[in-house]
Design a protein around this ligand. Structure first.
Ligand code: MN
Length: 232
């Protein structure tokens, strides 16, 4: 019998609210520029051009318990930004999924932070290079417990907020998404076959900005409680 030459890495798994089972992570997809006011603050013109997708490694996910977690400040940056986002967790396989049937593929939702080394991301973008060093670093995807769809219903509107040290930084509403959750699932499924265990970060609203060591970030999405993460 063949065997691995060293033990295979463990799958990252996220607690599911109200259940004992865990949600095993397969892939992490992210959508860029999906709230108008954030597109403007990043210096672009908002429009309905196709959504921008990028990925983070599955092991960049940092599961954050309900009582709070710790995000280690990353290396090689002096400008690490918070991006509060609604995360959609998929529970069913599919490709070429029509938007009208996308919700059948949703297992649940979570609050996530798309932590970003903005200085490295900007330098890469300006040079026409890939974004990974800015986006896909270790622990770059803190995420709270997943709330099953049967307990939340479809989330199409509701406040999304982030405070840092008690000060309001990001404030918007899920209804402001340029590409709705159903539309982003549909579009993504034409590019990749989607599977149970896939996560989609749906984009961040305006107000992104830097954090420093010691900061406490507190994010909320209406219907999903809150996510509390300390920068260490
Ligand atoms: Mn983002």
């Amino acid at each position: 019998m063949t065997h691995c030459v060293f033990p295979p890495p463990a799958t990252v798994a996220i607690p599911v609210a109200g259940q004992r089972g865990l949600f095993p992570v397969r892939r992490v997809y992210c959508v860029g520029r999906n709230y108008e006011a954030h597109v403007r603050e990043m210096g672009h013109d908002p429009d309905r051009s196709p959504p921008i997708f990028f990925c983070k490694p599955a092991d960049s996910v940092l599961p954050v318990p309900a009582e709070g977690g710790v995000f280690p400040y990353p290396s090689r940056t002096g400008n690490c930004h918070h991006e509060i986002e609604l995360v959609v967790a998929l529970g069913r396989r599919g490709r070429d999924i029509p938007a009208a049937r996308a919700s059948e593929h949703i297992f649940g939702y979570a609050i996530g932070l798309d932590m970003t080394r903005r200085d490295l991301q900007r330098a890469a973008a300006q040079a026409g290079h890939p974004w990974e060093v800015g986006k896909a670093f270790d622990f770059s995807a803190p995420i709270g417990p997943i709330h099953p769809l049967d307990s939340t219903g479809p989330l199409r509107s509701g406040a999304i907020t982030l405070n840092v040290q008690g000060e309001a930084r990001q404030r918007s509403d899920l209804s402001q998404l340029i590409w709705s959750v159903d539309e982003m699932i549909s579009e993504l499924s034409t590019l990749f076959e989607l599977h149970p265990g896939d996560l989609i970060f749906s984009g961040t609203p305006e107000g992104v900005g830097p954090v420093v060591r010691g900061d406490v970030m507190e994010g909320t999405v209406e219907g999903l409680g809150s996510l509390k993460v300390t920068v260490a």
